[in-house]
Design a protein around this ligand. Structure first.
Ligand code: PFF
Length: 442
């Protein structure tokens, strides 16, 4: 059977944006920005996204489009079967992350309903504590995975492309509307000040922690290291400029993170809610408190959590597609049963995370500190030092000029980006060991 492709280039870009824009943007990004000194961190993040994130996403696009294979077989198809293990690491990481990402997806589902009925209005903190882990969380994790399976089962063009073409614009429209509305809130000014006023002392005091964070966040946020961008680019036909698409995804993704801050902070400050809460419940408890005190809070709560849900779904879809693509490229298996079988396995892997937050945090810690940087490192080393000239050739397609920019990209990948990832990985391992987080929480 012929391999599927995107119907349009815009469809590919929107699907890639859909993968990138997710929980990472709407929750982590604004909170971290505020924690690390506001506007100044935004600048550091932007530099990281453009100088490290963009070359890295381009590297994954090259592997995908040039091989037109799934993440595991891509390396062999490019003539380097010895590197297949890199793809296996990516595939495994994708399985791993989706298993607990989906648990958060389940919480979001619950908050859409809870906003509509006002269920959390009495005591938002107790509400979160009550729903975060246990059989309810398990059931909702299952419901979230079921939706993801449904979209992926429909295929690249009819499922993923069609769904994300609708999802991505709706995320932007609703976030924009919420951000504009937030301007009108009395007390919103304190939120903007917190978010945007540069705090240089804070910035310099935390520089050692901040730079690796900005780099790691750029990877997670751009869906790198999980095979997602490799897989999506493998469905590309034609010879358009990959750099242009990569730039579009990076700018779009960063803008949505920034925009989310323009919703979150005025809302919190207008209601006198402190943004200093941390842990997986921050966005849920903080914003739920704000919604429970606002006029029309139910409606706003539904609008906000639907956006978070859509963003989480379009990211989760890309993760499941990584594994589905591998199976259907290699076996005579139908897409729908494959999506169902793999979705069920990922659901099972997520059961401990849905029942006990200690497991959830262990999965998350290993993702950020180990799998993600390791997997990105291996892909970049491959593209920079092994694929080399072939990668240049792929990047030069669809561009005019003497190709100097492509050469600059290759050397950026070989040196700058590789060093940045090695640093991130070293710090990640250090924190895993120091926190004793490497062992599972039995
Ligand atoms: N980029 C997504 C986010 O920011 O929430 C998370 C993600 C999706 C990471 C897909 C990795 C991935 F392959």
């Amino acid at each position: 059977m012929a391999r599927e492709t995107w119907a349009t280039r815009v469809g590919f870009v929107l699907a890639a944006v859909g993968s990138a824009v997710g929980l990472g943007n709407i929750w982590q990004f604004p909170f971290k920005t505020a924690e690390f000194g506001g506007a100044t961190f935004l600048v550091v993040y932007l530099v990281a996204a453009l100088s490290v994130g963009l070359p890295a996403i381009l590297a994954e696009f090259v592997v995908g489009r040039r091989s037109k294979r799934n993440v595991v077989d891509a390396f062999g198809a490019l003539g380097h079967p010895g590197w297949t293990l890199v793809g296996v690491v990516g595939l495994f990481s994708g399985f791993w992350i989706l298993s607990y990402y989906s648990v958060v997806g389940g919480w979001v589902l619950r908050y859409v309903a809870g906003s509509a009925t006002g269920a959390y209005f009495g005591d938002p903190a107790a509400y979160f504590a009550g729903i975060a882990a246990g059989t309810d969380a398990l059931a909702l994790h299952g419901a979230f995975m079921a939706i993801v399976v449904g979209v992926v089962a429909l295929g690249v063009e009819d499922g993923i492309e069609r769904a994300t073409k609708l999802m991505v614009p709706s995320i932007v429209v609703v976030l924009l509307a919420l951000a504009l509305w937030a301007v009108t809130l009395p007390g919103a000014g304190a939120g903007y000040a917190y978010y945007l006023a540069p705090d240089l002392d804070e910035l310099f005091a935390n520089l050692g922690e901040l730079v690796p964070y900005a780099v790691g966040q750029a990877f997670f946020s751009l869906s790198l290291g999980m095979g997602a961008m490799i897989t999506y680019a493998s469905y590309l036909d034609g010879d358009d400029s990959l750099a242009r698409d990569g730039l579009a995804v990076v700018l779009f993704n960063t803008s949505v993170g920034v925009l989310a801050g323009f919703v979150v902070f005025p809302l919190l400050f207008a209601q006198g809610v402190s943004p200093d809460q941390s842990g997986p419940g921050a966005v849920f408890v903080g914003l739920a408190t704000a919604f429970s005190e606002l006029p029309a809070g139910r409606l706003l709560g539904v609008a906000f959590f639907v956006v978070v849900l859509v963003a989480a779904l379009s990211s989760a879809i890309s993760l499941l597609e990584v594994a589905v693509s591998y199976v259907i490229d290699n076996h005579d298996a139908g897409r729908a049963p494959t999506a169902l079988g793999l979705g069920a396995s990922i659901f099972l892997l997520g059961v401990p995370s849905s029942l006990d937050l200690a497991w959830f945090e262990w999965f998350d810690a290993l993702t950020y500190n180990l799998y993600l940087p390791l997997s990105v490192l291996l892909v970049l080393a491959f593209v920079g030092w092994v694929l080399g000239g072939d990668a240049l050739d792929e990047v030069r397609k669809g561009t005019s000029g003497d190709g100097f920019a492509a050469l600059a990209w290759l050397w950026t990948v070989r040196v700058v980006v590789l060093l940045a990832v090695v640093g991130t990985l070293a710090l990640g391992l250090q924190s895993l060991v120091l926190d004793g987080a490497i062992a599972p929480p039995f």
